[in-house]
Design a binder for this molecule. Structure first.
Ligand SMILES: CC(=O)SCCNC(=O)CCNC(=O)[C@H](O)C(C)(C)COP(=O)(O)OP(=O)(O)OC[C@H]1O[C@@H](n2cnc3c(N)ncnc32)[C@H](O)[C@@H]1OP(=O)(O)O
Ligand SMILES: CC(C)C(=O)C(=O)O
Length: 555
C-alpha cells in the first residue's frame, strides 16, 4: 500500500446542504421494499440461478412479504426470458405482488423486456443508464447532452411499448445509474427529462431510483444527496424516491437508513447482502434493524434458518456466521462475562414476567426468528461458570447453586483447555456426572433403600440399605432432618465425618428421568470442601443421594 494514498485516491466532496434536516429525523414507517435478488443478486453469482432456483427464491420472497420483486433482465438470454414469461404465464405472481424487470436503454432490449411480461396484470419496467463523469468519459465517451438523450430515447420506447399492451398496469422506474458519484444537478436534469416523457401522476408515480452503484463516500453524504434530490425534484408527489445502495465501503445499511431519514420512499436490496462485488444492501439487516426498534418492517423473517438455507442453496454462497441477525454465531456467547450477563438477563426477564425484551448482549429474542435458546450460550475455554450452568439448566433442567457453579466450572475449564475445542452439552453433562458421581456405580455408598421415621422426642430416624463396594449394609442414624440423619448414620457406620455447610434442592423441569435434584456442600475431616449431587424421582431420595455422593468423595 502507498504511504501517501492521496496521490492516487481522492476524498469524496461534501454536498453543499448546510440546512440539512435528515439528522433530526427518525424512521417511523417501513419503506416500499424491492428485492433485486433475482436480478442484481443473480447477475453477481458465479453460477447464475437456473429456472428452478429462481422459482424457489421467488416463492420465498413472496412468503417473506415482498410486494415488489425484480425478477430479472429479460434481454440477457433465454434462461432469464423464459423464467420471467413462465412466471407471468403460469399465474405464479400473487395479486398483491408486482414484478419488475431491468433493461438498458436500447430498443431491441426494451422490446424484449415488454415481450417477456406479456399478459402480466401489472409490472414495473426499469430503465437505466449511467450518468456520472467517469462513465460518460470512459464507458460512453459522450457529453451530458448525449447521456440525457439515451435516457429520453429509452423512456419514449417504454411509453410506446406500454401503450401496445394496455391490459397491463404499467409502472416505470428510471435509474440514473452511478447517481452517488454524479453531479446532483445533472442527475436531476436527466430524471426530469424522463418524467417529461413518461408523464407520471400522483396515482401512478414514477420510481426514481438513486443508486450508490459503487459506494464511494460516508453514508451521511448519500443522505445529503437524497435530501437534496427530494427537495429539488419537481412534482415530488408524482415521484417515489428509491434507494439502491451497494456496500463497497461496508456502510450500505447505514446509507440506506440515513437515506430513509432523508426522505426516500423505497429501498432496493438483496437478502443477506448478496449482489455485485461487496453486495447490495441487506434487506434482512434493514428489516430486523427496524424490528428491534419496535417497528414492524412488514417483512416476515420468523423462519430465519429456512430462509438462510434457501438463499445459500439458490445463490450457492454461504451466509457468513457473523451476518447480522441471521448468522449461525450471532445469537451465541462463548465468553464468560457475556454468558453471565445473558443468564442474569434471562432470569430477570422470567422474574419480571412481562413482554419487554431486555437481555444484555442480545439485541433480539432469538425466538422471534424461529430459533430456540439452546445456541445462545456455548462453552469453550473462554467460558465461565454462568455459561456452564446455563447449558446444564437448558439441557438437563439442573439449577446449580452459585458456589457449585464455580466448583464445576473449574473442572470444565480444565477439560476445555485439555481438549482445545468447544464443549457441547453432552461433554458438559458427562463431565458433571463424573465429577459428582452421578449414575455410575460408586465403590461406596450406593443407595439401595431407605426409610425415615420420627422418634418420640421429635428427632428423625434414618434407616437405609446401601451398597458398599458390592456388599449390602444396613445403616441408621438420627438427626433433625433427613440429611443430618444420613450424615449421622454414615458417621456411626463408617466414620465418615462430614459437616454440611449448604443444602439446596429443586424440582426439575426437563432433560433427565429425574424429577428432583439436591445439592449439598460439605467440609470433610480435613476441612476440604466436597460437593454432593443427587437426582431422583422424589426430593427426599435425591437428598439422600446427594449426601452419599459427598460421602463417597470424602471417604
Ligand atoms: C449497475 C448494474 O447492475 S446494471 C445491470 C447490469 N446487468 C447486466 O449487464 C446483466 C445482463 N446483461 C447482458 O446480458 C448483456 O450485457 C446485455 C444483453 C444487456 C448487452 O449485451 P451486449 O450487447 O453484448 O453488450 P455488453 O454487455 O458488452 O454491454 C456494453 C454495451 O452496452 C452499452 N450500454 C451500457 N449501458 C447501457 C445503457 N444503460 N443503455 C444503453 N447502452 C448501454 C455500452 O455502452 C456498451 O456499448 P458498446 O458495445 O457500443 O461500447
Ligand atoms: C441498474 C442500477 C439500479 C444498478 O443495479 C446499480 O446502479 O447498482
Amino acid at each position: 500500500m502507498l504511504t501517501d494514498p492521496s496521490r492516487k485516491y481522492t476524498a469524496f466532496p461534501q454536498v453543499d446542504l448546510p440546512d440539512r434536516e435528515w439528522p433530526s429525523k427518525t424512521i417511523t414507517a417501513p419503506p416500499r421494499w424491492l428485492s433485486t435478488d433475482l436480478r442484481d443478486g443473480n447477475q453477481a453469482l458465479i453460477d447464475p440461478m437456473d429456472a428452478e432456483k429462481k422459482r424457489r427464491f421467488f416463492d420465498m420472497l413472496v412468503k417473506i412479504g415482498l410486494k415488489e420483486i425484480e425478477v430479472g433482465f429479460p434481454s440477457a438470454g433465454a434462461t432469464e426470458f423464459d423464467f420471467i414469461s413462465g412466471l407471468v404465464q403460469s399465474d405464479a405472481i400473487p395479486d398483491d405482488v408486482t414484478v419488475q424487470v431491468l433493461t438498458q436503454s436500447r430498443r431491441d432490449l426494451i422490446e424484449k423486456s415488454f415481450e417477456s411480461l406479456r399478459g402480466a396484470r401489472a409490472a414495473i419496467v426499469h430503465l437505466y443508464n449511467a450518468v456520472s463523469p467517469a462513465w460518460r468519459r470512459i464507458v460512453f465517451q459522450m457529453d451530458r447532452q448525449d447521456i440525457k438523450q439515451i435516457a429520453v430515447d429509452g423512456a419514449k420506447i417504454l411509453r410506446d411499448e406500454a401503450a401496445k399492451q394496455p391490459d397491463t398496469e404499467w409502472h416505470f422506474e428510471y435509474s440514473p445509474e452511478t447517481f452517488s458519484t454524479a453531479e446532483l444537478d445533472f442527475s436531476l436534469e436527466v430524471c426530469e427529462a424522463v418524467m417529461d416523457v413518461l408523464q407520471p401522476t400522483p396515482d401512478r408515480p414514477i420510481i426514481l431510483n438513486l443508486p450508490a452503484t459503487v459506494e464511494a463516500a460516508t453514508p451521511n453524504i448519500y443522505a445529503d444527496q437524497i435530501e437534496w434530490f427530494g427537495r429539488n425534484i419537481r412534482d415530488r408527489d408524482r415521484v417515489a424516491i428509491s434507494l439502491h445502495p451497494h456496500n463497497d465501503r461496508g456502510t450500505g445499511v447505514a446509507a440506506a437508513e440515513l437515506g430513509m431519514m432523508a426522505g426516500a420512499d423505497r429501498v432496493e436490496g438483496c437478502l443477506f447482502g448478496n449482489g455485485e462485488r461487496t453486495g447490495n444492501v441487506c434487506l434482512v439487516t434493514l428489516g430486523m434493524n427496524m424490528y428491534t426498534q419496535g417497528l414492524s418492517p412488514r417483512l416476515d423473517f420468523s423462519d430465519m434458518e429456512r430462509i438462510v438455507k434457501m438463499a445459500e442453496y439458490c445463490n450457492q454462497l454461504p451466509v457468513h456466521p457473523r451476518h447480522p441477525y441471521a448468522g449461525e454465531l450471532v445469537h451465541t456467547a462463548f465468553s464468560g462475562s457475556h454468558q453471565d450477563a445473558i443468564k442474569k438477563g434471562f432470569a430477570a426477564q422470567a422474574a419480571r414476567n412481562d413482554e419487554i425484551w431486555d437481555v444484555p448482549y442480545l439485541p433480539l429474542d432469538p425466538r422471534d426468528i424461529g430459533l430456540d435458546y439452546e445456541a445462545v450460550i456455548r462453552v469453550n475455554s473462554q467460558s465461565g461458570k454462568g455459561g456452564v450452568a446455563w447449558v446444564l439448566e437448558q439441557d438437563k433442567g439442573l439449577k446449580l447453586p452459585k458456589r457449585l457453579q464455580a466448583h464445576f466450572s473449574r473442572a470444565v475449564q480444565e477439560l476445555a483447555d485439555r481438549s482445545s475445542r468447544e464443549l457441547n452439552a453432552d461433554d458438559i453433562w458427562q463431565a458433571f456426572k463424573a465429577e459428582y458421581r452421578i449414575g455410575r456405580t460408586p465403590k461406596r455408598f450406593r443407595l439401595v433403600d431407605y426409610e425415615e421415621s420420627r422418634a418420640s422426642d421429635g428427632t428423625r430416624i434414618f434407616t437405609g440399605k446401601i451398597l458398599d463396594q458390592g456388599t449390602e449394609r444396613s445403616i441408621s442414624g438420627r438427626g433433625n432432618g433427613l440429611i443430618s440423619g444420613v450424615v449421622s448414620a454414615l458417621a456411626d457406620s463408617f466414620g465418615v465425618a462430614l459437616d454440611v455447610v449448604n443444602y439446596s434442592e429443586h424440582a426439575m423441569t426437563g432433560g433427565t428421568d429425574a424429577r428432583a435434584a439436591a445439592y449439598v456442600e460439605c467440609t470433610d475431616a480435613n476441612g476440604e470442601t466436597v460437593w454432593g449431587v443427587g437426582m431422583d424421582e422424589d426430593i427426599a431420595t435425591a437428598s439422600v443421594r446427594a449426601v452419599l455422593s459427598a460421602a463417597s468423595a470424602a471417604a
